[in-house]
Design a protein around this ligand. Structure first.
Ligand code: VGL
Ligand code: ZN
Length: 201
C-alpha cells in the first residue's frame, strides 16, 4: 500500500470519452483495467466526473455558426467548443461500466455551471472558481497525488498543473491516460506539465 498521505485521482473515465461516446478518445477504454489495479494500492481514491447541463456553453450546439473543435472567446478567455458530451444524468456521463467506482471516497463533479467550462479538478476555466477539491485534500492531509484518466491534454493536464501550482507533489502515469490531441495539444500539455514540475511517469 502507498503512504497515507497519497491519493490517486482518476479523471473523467466516462462513457462519452470512450470509443462509441460523444467525445471519444482513442483507446480511452483500454486504460480501465490498469486504473482498477492502481486504485487498489491507495487508501485514498478520488474520481472526477465531467457533468454538464444540456445547454452548457462549451457545447458548439449553443453557438450559432460554430462547429465542434473550433475555438471561441468566452469572458474568461479562449475556449474550445465541444460536441455535446457528459450531459448530467445521461449514460454518456456515467463512468465506464468496468471502472471500479466502489473504491472511490469522493466523486467530484465539474463543469456544472452553464457559463464556465472546467477542465481542471481544482479550478474552473476562469482559473479562479474553486471546485473544493483543494480543501478536501488538505483537510485529509493528502499531499502526494497520482493522476490518471482522460484526456491527457485537457482535464488531466489542467488538473495536474493546478495541483502542482497549489504545492501538491504530482505524478501523471502516461500509460494510464489517453489524449484527444487537437492541433498539437498533447505536446503543449506535456510541456506545461513538465514546466509546472509534474512528474510524468
Ligand atoms: C474533457 C473536453 C471537454 C476532458 C472534458 O475530460 O479532458 N475534455 N470536457
Ligand atoms: Zn466537458
Amino acid at each position: 500500500m502507498r503512504d497515507t498521505n497519497e491519493a490517486v485521482i482518476v479523471i473523467d473515465v466516462q462513457n462519452d470519452f470512450c470509443p462509441g461516446g460523444a467525445l471519444a478518445v482513442e483507446g480511452g477504454d483500454l486504460i480501465v483495467p490498469g486504473i482498477n489495479a492502481l486504485m487498489s494500492e491507495f487508501s485514498a481514491v478520488i474520481l472526477t466526473q465531467d457533468w454538464h447541463p444540456g445547454d452548457h456553453s462549451s457545447f458548439a450546439s449553443q453557438h450559432d455558426g460554430l462547429n465542434p473543435f473550433e475555438l471561441t472567446q468566452m469572458p474568461y478567455g479562449p475556449q474550445v467548443l465541444w460536441p455535446d458530451h457528459c450531459v448530467q444524468g445521461t449514460d454518456g456521463a456515467a463512468f465506464h461500466s468496468d471502472l471500479t467506482t466502489d473504491r472511490a471516497d469522493l466523486v467530484i463533479r465539474k463543469g456544472f455551471r452553464p457559463a464556465i467550462d472546467s477542465y481542471s479538478a481544482f479550478f474552473e476555466n476562469d482559473q479562479t472558481t474553486p471546485t473544493g477539491l483543494e480543501g478536501y485534500l488538505r483537510t485529509r492531509g493528502l499531499t502526494k497525488l497520482t493522476m490518471v484518466g482522460l484526456a491527457t491534454d485537457f482535464c488531466v493536464n489542467y488538473s495536474a498543473v493546478d495541483a502542482a501550482k497549489l504545492g501538491f507533489e504530482v505524478t501523471v502515469i502516461e500509460d494510464l491516460c489517453r489524449a484527444i490531441d487537437l492541433d498539437g495539444s498533447l505536446a503543449a500539455a506535456t510541456e506545461a506539465m513538465q514546466t509546472a514540475g509534474v512528474v510524468i511517469d
